[in-house]
Design a protein around this ligand. Structure first.
Ligand SMILES: [Zn+2]
Length: 100
């Protein structure tokens, strides 16, 4: 299930950008050896895709995406962003548990 979330722009810190949230998907892979075959389940990575330009400062979706990706490399910053989204009530409980 893909969900649209309204988020804060990392540049001007005002909300208004639209993020599309892609939750992790459980996939299966069958590996075969000579004697048996077994199915392995693995999760794809969840991701956020910026789907709108910022209506406040005019930053392009691409630039916002890049800034968000850079934040992702810093787990503390990522937590901070998630916390901020939480405080705004923009992340539903269900999504919250998926992130953790
Ligand atoms: Zn902005």
């Amino acid at each position: 299930m893909v969900e649209a979330i309204i988020g804060k722009c990392p540049f001007c810190n005002k909300e208004g950008i639209t993020l599309t949230y892609y939750p992790p998907i459980l996939k299966s892979k069958t590996s075969r050896t000579s004697s048996n075959s077994k199915t392995v389940f693995y999760k794809t990575k969840e991701k956020y895709e910026v789907s709108s330009d910022c209506p406040n400062c005019g930053k392009k979706a691409k630039e916002i995406q890049k800034a968000l990706n850079e934040c992702k490399k810093d787990p503390e910053k990522e937590k901070e962003i998630l916390k901020r989204l939480e405080d705004q009530g923009l992340i539903k409980g269900e999504i919250k548990t998926k992130i953790r």
